[in-house]
Design a protein around this ligand. Structure first.
Ligand code: ADP
Length: 490
């Protein structure tokens, strides 16, 4: 059995071919052009999103004489495409999740008092990230589009839906992607008519919502599509963070995954019942056989970006990986309290302080460059600690932490994080966990795997056990809390 996973991301598209032991046989990637039509606006060419995936697939399969048994899809979330049903032609560039053009529309929804209703139905705060206001803006921008949409001539969808439509001709999406539109009722599992009305999105444009493990249809015999894909069925679709949760095998309640990237994306599996939290997003984790699993989601806005800042703006390190040795050197020499709170763009959960700005505290004449590096690395771990503790207020205790993302390569960060949380951390050697999650899900639809068989896989990984005393942890956390209070008071 071979599964071809597509990972259509914000900066690149990738394809990875997996064998039946979920080992990567080949892979390919293509960068995606970022289009910035105005300050705060971000777009992608919808055609490029599709063609880049096809190019990756062709490159991945080139010379292998393998026809995949299934395709799995994972994708950047919230980004949305509107196209003509008759021709499949997009009527506008894809509006990307980062795009802030509908911030005004979101403010209006807040002022009209819809925040509680939207949180209750969708698990989301009102924000320009999510697709609904972006779809409506396209209909208001392209002449005649709104009338055309109301006549049923236009379709819309998140990136999974767009790729599936172009590959198979079917207009479908999975629950994890539907849940990022701000239109989907995650409890009753249907598009919410009231949300369609208040955001101005005609329901007839929306795709049918199905499980993440589903037969989305077979790839069309079309000259534009590599013949090695013709007839292959698309057997999974899920948003990238959910795919990472699945690929890291966080299958049980209390399993947490953290991606240490530019920012951190943290998801906690909360089981078959949705947990409500004022400060965090309640989201479907996946759906298999009509059975939905839920998660809580939060993020640390600035994590790896602080390491980039040390490298690119301050020049304290020349490569991101240098930070680990610097921190280790400092840990041997220094036992003072220097803290860095990386609030470059405010603080997320549990503080939600958009006005906070970053700061070092505890600097003396003796503070070295290495000590600064260590404070930056430890600052990431403190913020993840705060987020995980915030998740636990839902009543679900953290059971395990599995990690991926660029900065998870730092052993010092992993050891420090394990100590703070008093928890063993698992870091798989294979880093393409998002694509792996899509492949796992497709294998489930194919009947070639189930949760039990995936649970017993033993992919090579490194484990980091806690080695911090209770007293040390208490002292560090108390200093951290004072550091956060100090920068927020600035
Ligand atoms: P994204 O997908 O958000 O761009 P990645 O998962 O590729 O992020 O991670 C990139 C981040 O990881 C960068 O901010 C970089 O500073 C950090 N990083 C990369 N390699 C290392 C390393 N060896 N040690 C510590 N941090 C690293």
């Amino acid at each position: 059995m071979n599964i071809l996973a597509f990972d259509q991301g914000t900066t690149s598209s990738r394809a990875i071919l997996f064998n039946d032991r979920f080992e990567a046989l080949s892979s390919a990637s293509q960068p995606i052009e970022q289009i910035y039509p105005a300050e705060g606006y971000v777009e992608h060419s919808a055609e490029e999103l599709f063609s880049s995936v096809l190019r990756c697939a062709a490159e991945c399969l080139y010379g292998l004489k393998i026809k995949p048994d299934a395709i799995g899809i994972t994708n950047q979330r919230e980004t949305v495409v509107v196209w003509e049903r008759a021709t499949g032609r997009p009527i506008h560039n894809a509006i990307v999740w980062q795009c802030r053009r509908t911030a005004d529309a979101c403010e209006k929804l807040k002022r009209a008092g819809f925040a509680d209703y939207i949180k209750e139905k969708t698990g989301l705060p009102i924000d320009a990230y999510f697709s609904a206001t972006k779809i409506s803006r396209i209909l208001d921008t392209v002449p005649g589009a709104r009338e055309s949409a109301e006549r049923g001539e236009l379709a819309c969808g998140t990136v999974d839906s767009w790729l599936i439509y172009r590959l198979t001709g079917n207009h479908l999406t999975d629950v994890t992607n539907a849940s990022r539109t701000m239109l989907y009722d995650i409890i009753n599992r249907r598009w919410d008519k009231e949300l369609c009305r208040i955001t101005g999105v005609p329901e007839c444009m929306l795709p049918e919502v199905v499980d993440s493990a589903h037969d989305f249809g077979s790839v069309r015999r079309d000259g534009d599509i590599p013949s090695s894909l013709w007839g292959v069925h698309v057997l999974s679709a899920l948003g990238d963070q959910q795919a990472s949760l699945f690929g890291l095998r966080c299958f049980s309640e209390g399993d947490v995954k953290n991606t240490y990237g530019t920012g951190c994306f943290t998801l906690m599996n909360t089981g078959a019942l949705p947990k409500k939290d004022r400060d965090l997003i309640t989201t479907p984790a996946w759906s298999i056989g009509g059975r939905m699993m839920y998660a809580l989601e939060g993020s640390v806005f600035n994590a790896g970006s602080a390491i980039q800042w040390l490298r690119d703006s301050l020049g304290i390190i020349s490569r991101a990986s240098d930070i680990t040795e610097a921190a280790e050197r400092s840990a041997k020499l220094d036992n003072d309290n220097v803290m860095f709170v990386s609030a470059f763009t405010g603080l997320g959960a549990p503080y939600w302080d958009m006005y906070a700005r970053a700061g070092f505290v505890g600097i003396t004449r003796a503070t070295s460059k290495d000590r600064i590096c260590r404070a930056v690395l430890e600052g990431i771990a403190f913020q993840v600690y705060d987020l995980v503790r915030a998740m636990e207020t839902s009543g679900v205790s953290v059971n395990s932490l599995t990690v991926d993302g660029g900065a998870s390569a730092s052993d010092y960060l992993m050891k420090f994080q394990a100590g703070l949380l008093d928890l063993t951390i698992t870091r798989p050697d294979f880093t393409e966990t998002t694509a792996l999650g899509a492949a796992f899900m497709a294998a489930i639809t194919l009947g070639a795997a189930d949760m039990d068989s995936l649970s017993v896989l033993e992919p090579p990984c490194r484990k980091f056990s806690p080695s911090m005393s209770e007293e040390q942890r208490r002292e560090l956390l108390s200093v951290w809390q004072r550091a956060v209070a100090a920068i927020r008071a600035f």
